[in-house]
Ligand binder design. Structure first.
Ligand code: NAP
Length: 645
């Protein structure tokens, strides 16, 4: 039993209760009081609704003033009593209780599997227990003493891997090409760079941060979070910074991966490891299209992920090429500074309003997340319920739907309509821009971008939205196919990343002497996105077909993968196997299913041209599963599927 320890004054508590979400608070009161009167119809919240024109839910419960103050008053009585007289935390909910509480607080049916996932995501159930106890049985033995893991990258996935390996007592080294941790949140520093998944979900389940200052934090706060995790979990000493992996090969004789690294002084070295975890991400090798005349431009030019803070845009003529997530974030501040912006759009994206994008987290909520017992757990559970797979029903194709050219289904078409109205409303007097701004592919064909005042910025007098294709770069700027010369002083390439070449530019050679590049060509594929036949003991995190488009948090996906990888290690160690490999036939079967499903999802729609697809139209980046299904598929390792020796 854990003693309840609530700090602060009556005033602190009342201030917190004024800011918290009432359906969440009811779960806390029901749990701490042990009195289910708080789950009676009188306090039943209204169902979560999605306000028109927004894809983000209103989960306030819509209580009358009378009921709202009754709930707050009861919470005050209970919590101040616990603070003054002490008490003990009740045991964590079991599956049935989780379902009962979630169904009450959402006014919807909630599947058992979803509740099982929530029990882990909230920490009520320790998801690591199985692999931890399996590994402990071999601890101290020769097997684990001679076992070394090399992790490539100290971004979101690498940090997560390091934390779990350390917990398991397995020796590991992380090599990182940069001088710091954080990966994407270290490298991207463009104006308004931030996350588009709510932070209270976009954080490790084992390190919830109650102190996020915004619901969608900006880059510096995210970067600091990953720095803090590195120190808090004591993995910094295991990281070799400024060290880039050039290549690696599996040495059949020793059964070890031989990994060639280059230090920042140019020296090369071979590091040997039983297991390699590639934690290199999908979105960190900037892509600049090979426009004719690319090198002829005489002004300054740079990629969004390599923002040049030394180039002052004040009063300059700036070209921004690309209209994806990065461009949507960086455009408003750029246009406010520049004399003129020429914005080059190849295709418009769907953009969603979100009233909470710049909303600071209320002080009282921060207090509650820190000090009200169980509030943070239920807050996360409901956040996941509201955001994770809520959009999934709009993703698959309805074979009966009559307008497959523009939408996947009636629900999907409803979103198209709502978002089209939003564009029109946002453009105000500039309805002439409608045609250029409304995408012709279904919603969720590409990641839905969260609005950062895009349309009013595009409609500004000093911004030109150019949709003629780019023909060439010239010494003075950009020439479009219609022959127009767009003279500029600076070019910003917001043109995305080399995404289809997973693990690139590392040269990774398997048992048979074949490199991943040769094996995959432009069709990268892996079992569950993690394991590749012929490459034993190699685990890819955020690998092929694991990107998420419809919602969710990539940190959740990464935790699913690290969990699966740790179970594979536990399996190897307990079976005294030196190599674990997925057979070709199982990988083929899995990927045939991935492709079969993907064809019928929004991002597989024939009208979608994107980096999610390869030259043959196969979707190679995105997961074909809901986030819940991916959790299920990575929850338990299947020993019979692997070859081990
Ligand atoms: P992106 O989504 O790949 O967008 C690249 C843009 O450049 C697109 O508009 C693309 O046009 C355009 N482009 C590419 N090649 C071109 C060419 N040859 N000529 C003209 N235009 C060209 O890249 P991103 O905006 O950097 O975002 C990448 C991913 O990073 C996102 O999908 C998201 O997952 C992540 N991200 C997330 C956040 C966030 O959390 N808030 C922020 C930034 C990025 P088309 O659309 O026609 O292909």
């Amino acid at each position: 039993m854990t003693a309840i320890d609530i700090p602060g004054t009556d005033q602190d508590l009342r201030a917190a209760l004024a800011d918290v979400n009432l359906p969440t608070l009811l779960l806390v009161i029901a749990e701490l009081s042990g009195d289910d009167v708080w789950l009676s119809p009188r306090y039943q919240p209204e169902p979560i609704v999605v306000p028109e024109g927004s894809l983000f839910p209103d989960d306030s419960g819509n209580y009358s003033d009378e009921i709202a103050s009754e709930i707050r008053e009861a919470a005050f009585e209970l919590l101040s009593n616990l603070r003054d007289r002490g008490g003990e935390l009740p045991p964590p909910p079991d599956l049935e209780r989780m379902r009962q509480l979630m169904e009450f607080s959402t006014a919807e049916e909630v599947e058992d599997e979803f509740c099982a996932m929530l029990l882990e995501e909230t920490g009520f159930v320790d998801r690591d227990e199985q692999w931890r106890s399996q590994i402990r049985t071999v601890a101290g033995g020769e097997q684990i003493d001679n076992f070394q893991v090399l992790v490539v990258g100290a971004g979101l996935s690498g940090i997560c891997t390091g934390v779990k390996l350390k917990d398991a007592g397995i020796d590991f080294t992380i090599v990182e090409k940069n001088a710091a941790v954080g990966g994407t949140w270290y490298e991207n520093t463009y104006p308004d760079c931030g996350v588009d998944t709510p932070n209270h979900f976009y954080s490790y389940s084992f390190e919830r941060n109650p102190n996020w200052t915004g619901y969608f934090s900006k880059r510096d706060e995210l970067y600091q979070y990953f720095e803090n995790c590195t120190d808090k979990f004591g993995i910094r000493d295991a990281i070799q910074f400024n060290t880039e992996v050039q290549g690696m090969h599996f040495d059949e004789d020793s059964g070890l991966w031989q990994v060639r690294v280059r230090r920042d002084n140019g020296a090369e070295e071979i590091l040997a490891a039983n297991v390699v975890v590639s934690a290199v991400g999908q979105l960190n090798r900037p892509s600049i299209p090979e426009f004719p005349g690319l090198d002829s431009f005489a002004g300054e030019s740079f990629h969004s992920a390599r923002w040049r803070h030394d180039v002052d845009l004040e009063g300059k003529r700036v070209a921004v090429i690309g209209t994806g997530c990065s461009a949507v974030q960086l455009l408003p501040k750029t246009a406010a500074k520049a004399a003129h912006v020429s914005l080059f759009q190849r295709s418009p994206h769907w953009i969603s309003p979100n009233k909470d994008y710049y909303r600071p987290v209320e002080k009282g909520l921060i207090w509650a997340l820190n000090h009200i017992p169980r509030y943070a757990e239920w807050h996360r559970a409901r956040m996941i319920f509201g955001f994770m797979d809520r959009n999934w029903p709009a993703v698959p194709a309805d074979p009966q739907w009559e307008h497959p050219e523009r939408a996947m289904s009636e629900v999907n078409d409803g979103l198209r309509e709502a978002l089209t109205s939003y564009i029109s409303e946002q453009l105000g007097e500039r309805q002439d821009l409608m045609e250029k701004c409304v995408p012709d592919f279904p919603v969720f064909g590409k990641r839905l971008i969260i609005d950062n005042n895009w349309y009013p910025t595009v409609a500004r007098e000093n911004v030109d939205l150019v949709t003629d294709p780019i023909a060439a770069l010239t010494p003075n700027g950009v020439r479009t196919a219609d022959g127009t010369e767009h003279d500029v002083d600076v070019i910003v390439f917001a043109t995305g990343f080399n995404t289809n070449q997973f693990l690139w530019p590392m040269e990774v050679t398997g048992r048979s002497g074949t490199t991943l590049r040769e094996r995959w060509g432009d069709y990268p594929r892996a079992y569950k996105g993690i394991l590749v036949p012929d490459y034993p003991n190699l685990f890819c995190l955020y690998g092929p077909n694991t990107n998420i488009v419809h919602g969710g948090s990539i940190i959740y996906t990464i935790e699913c993968q690290v969990h699966y990888m740790m179970q594979c290690l536990a399996l190897m160690l307990s079976r005294r196997a030196s190599a674990l490999e997925i057979p070709e036939a199982i990988n083929d079967e899995y990927n045939a299913e991935v492709q079969q499903i993907s064809q019928h999802l929004a991002w597989g729609h024939p009208g979608v041209q994107s980096w999610y697809k390869n030259s043959a139209g196969k979707v190679v980046n995105n997961s074909p599963f809901s986030n819940l299904e991916y959790w299920q598929r990575t929850h338990d390792v299947e020993p019979n599927r692997y070859q081990m020796n």
